[in-house]
Design a protein. Structure first.
Length: 230
């Protein structure tokens, strides 16, 4: 009997989730569910934080594309600062979960990287520059956490190093999406809305500049190594 590729099962699960949300539910029903979830999480107190973090871990392990929405939800519920902390813990633990999942459970997941030449080149340097590779991944805040996790799991970098470096380098991304979430529900006036929008945009520009710098540094290091080998 031919074995079913687990990637196909994950894709089917994600499609079902989208259909369940967008087709089976009306806008009013979706809004009511969102309000119920929000009220429930807030009423749980500290267990609400645990619930969101658990959501990060489960979604990361099963590659459900809800990590950024969870980050935004944390900012909307708890504000920019607490939301960033919750998201950072969730992203870090989720990274551990997705690495274990991709390397030992859904082992065909990293095959999706083979079609992306630029990503393959970056991963080819991972063994020589592990910290820089993780930093470049996490600073690419426009790339969903899910794809970052799959790419890092495809490297030979130890799960301990991936987790520890992620705990620091994922701060900008967690802050950007938490600020956006906080702005969605806490900005009552135009000036407040502009502040909530300007802050993540400015942070994203800074991170993009840092990403370009580190990428150029990585390219220079590779060229220097190749010249030394010759």
């Amino acid at each position: 009997m031919k074995r079913i590729n687990p990637i196909f099962l994950l894709i089917a699960l994600n499609i079902l989730l989208i259909l369940f949300r967008d087709v089976l539910f009306s806008d009013e029903t979706s809004a009511a569910i969102a309000e119920t979830v929000e009220a429930s999480l807030i009423s749980l107190g500290v267990f609400g934080y645990v619930g969101i973090i658990a959501g990060f871990v489960l979604c990361a392990f099963f590659f459900v594309p809800l990590l950024i929405p969870l980050n935004i939800l944390g900012g909307a519920l708890y504000g920019a600062y607490e939301g960033t902390i919750v998201a950072l813990v969730g992203v870090t633990l989720g990274t551990m979960a997705s690495t274990v999942s991709a390397r030992h459970v859904f082992t065909g997941m990293h095959a999706s990287i083979d079609k992306r030449a630029g990503l393959k080149r970056l991963l080819a340097r991972a063994d020589n520059y592990p910290n820089l590779t993780i930093l470049l991944m996490r600073f690419a805040v426009v790339v969903p956490y899910l794809f970052q996790n799959i790419a890092l799991a495809a490297t030979k970098i130890s799960i301990t190093r991936i987790t520890l470096v992620t705990a620091v380098s994922a701060i900008p991304g967690a802050a950007i999406f938490s600020l956006l979430g906080a702005g969605l529900v806490r900005a009552n006036q135009v000036d407040e809305m502009l502040l909530y929008l300007a802050a993540p945009i400015a942070l994203m520009l800074v991170v993009t500049g840092a990403l370009a710098y580190f990428n150029a540094r990585s390219e220079s290091a590779v060229i220097a190594d190749e010249a030394g080998d010759e």
